[in-house]
Write a protein that binds this ligand. Structure first.
Ligand code: ZN
Length: 465
């Protein structure tokens, strides 16, 4: 049913603009924008009473598989450094994952995202004892909740060549499935044209655009980090990137360890090593970059790669503060599995940068959130940062009562000090509500109950490891 959103305060981040207007939503897209739009027969009318509507938030780096880690049993001993955090915490958890826990991790993670106004996730999945078919399970959960996601499997040599091969195959399987779906949509457009002998190419194009926009999952090539990847693995990843015209989603220099390893074993910087193996391009997401050298930053910048900053995770793992102000204009924001609340992550990024005297004002973090939408737009080949006619209706509606004037010039300060995810009232992806009036459209009670059952079983396996 077409929707008419009346009396909205439309806020776009890139470039920043604020305007009062109505929106009509049809077939998943914004079909009309203007003042005092007339209702048509069959329209569902929603009066927003001046509420803020922004394009949905995007998380540029997360791990849905860690959703059921909240409150999990303590590791056998306290990790004393980053490598031990991986070995004693995350590499035990990901090895304990089975189909059931992968599914409920993704369901709860995606539902949590929707509730805080995040409509698109770049997920980095690992489940080394259960690799084959794992991305199909994550995809099923994402589509059931109705979110967008760009998925990949973390290729690594840490479990030997058999697991490495399975990881590569898992990326390949997803990328092929996405490619097939896109071809089917394009073919359906051709069929419509020839069947009806339609003289309206634009109708066909907008039909294809609507269908492509409602295809909620895309793929990238995932890789863990330089220190767990052989030269051969990087070459295979590069082949997949080239074959599917996509980027690598990889951790770089999260801890000093990764940098020292690349230097001592290969006499290269971490990013330099990716470039040497043709595993670096302008669609690549370099997560963390905490200890990148100036030389590596220059190589990444000249390739046009994205730097995904994860301030809360970096603080939690005590790995240091990333040199964000050196990353240029290709910075995006991720959570690294610590929830998917981008209002919270941006606010903490702002305060952490102040604490470090990084000379990044609130406006810098507004631009970073806009970059997140640009990153998603590139992956989905539609404009996910716009509220203009023809853009997908991925909308976050906020009940934010400002005690002061809110303008395009000062909006970033409202983000830094006022607006948060508690303001999120309704969330829509491709024109369908995922959360409406603070309630998930799906039966959320059942999801949390099932997730608790799956967590207990997952934790029981962890205790035995
Ligand atoms: Zn990560």
């Amino acid at each position: 049913m077409p929707l008419l959103l009346k009396d909205a305060t439309l806020v776009e981040l890139d470039p920043i603009s604020i305007e009062k207007a109505d929106l009509r939503i049809e077939s998943g897209l914004i079909s009309e924008r203007g003042n005092h739009l007339e209702a048509r027969e069959g329209d569902e009318i929603i009066d927003l009473g001046g509420r803020v509507v922004i394009p949905g938030m995007v998380c540029a780096h997360t791990h849905l598989y860690s959703t059921l880690a909240r409150g999990m049993p303590a590791p056998p001993r306290q990790p004393s450094n980053f490598k031990e955090i991986l070995e004693l915490v995350w590499w035990r958890l990901d090895r304990a994952l089975d189909d059931e826990s992968i599914y409920w991790s993704a369901m709860v993670g995606a539902l949590d995202a929707a509730r805080v106004g995040t409509t698109c996730l770049f997920d980095h999945h690992a489940s080394p004892a259960n690799i084959t078919g794992s991305l199909r399970i994550v995809r099923e959960a994402i589509e059931k909740i109705g979110l967008r996601a760009v998925l990949c499997y973390e290729v690594t040599d840490r479990g030997g060549s058999n697991e490495r091969e399975k990881g590569l195959d898992e990326n390949l399987t997803l990328l092929n499935a996405v490619r097939r779906s896109k071809i089917q949509i394009a073919d359906s457009g051709t069929n419509i044209n020839s069947d009806t002998n339609s003289d309206s190419d634009s109708d066909t194009n907008s039909g294809i655009q609507a269908k492509q926009s409602s295809m909620l999952v895309r793929g990238m090539v995932g890789a863990h980090a330089s220190f767990t990847l052989s030269d051969e693995s990087l070459d295979y990843c590069a082949e997949l990137m080239k074959e599917f015209d996509t980027g690598l989603h990889v951790h770089v220099a999260e801890d000093r360890w990764d940098v020292l390893d690349a230097k001592s074993r290969y006499r290269l910087g971490v990013v330099e090593r990716l470039a040497k193996h043709s595993a670096l391009n302008n669609r690549t997401i370099l997560a963390h970059g905490t200890h990148l050298t100036d030389e590596d930053i220059a190589i990444a910048r000249s390739a046009g790669a994205w730097f995904a900053h994860n301030p809360r995770s970096n603080m939690n793992n005590q790995v240091g503060y990333a040199p964000v102000s050196k990353f240029g204009d290709r910075v995006v924001l991720g959570t690294d599995g610590i929830g998917v609340d981008m209002f919270e992550e941006a606010r903490i990024a702002f305060f952490k940068s102040r604490d470090n005297r990084a000379e990044l004002g609130a406006d810098a973090w507004l631009r970073v959130l806009a970059n997140n939408q640009r990153l998603a737009s590139e992956a989905f080949e539609v404009d996910l940062g716009s509220l203009r006619v023809g853009s997908p209706a991925d909308l976050t509606m906020l009940d934010y009562k400002s005690p002061t004037p809110m303008t395009a010039e000062n909006f970033s300060w409202h983000l830094a000090f006022g607006i948060n995810s508690a303001s999120v009232e309704s969330v829509m992806v491709a024109g369908s509500f995922v959360v409406r009036n603070r309630k998930a459209v799906i039966d959320e009670q059942n999801i949390y109950e099932q997730a608790r059952v799956a967590s207990e079983k997952l934790w029981a396996r962890l205790r035995k490891m």
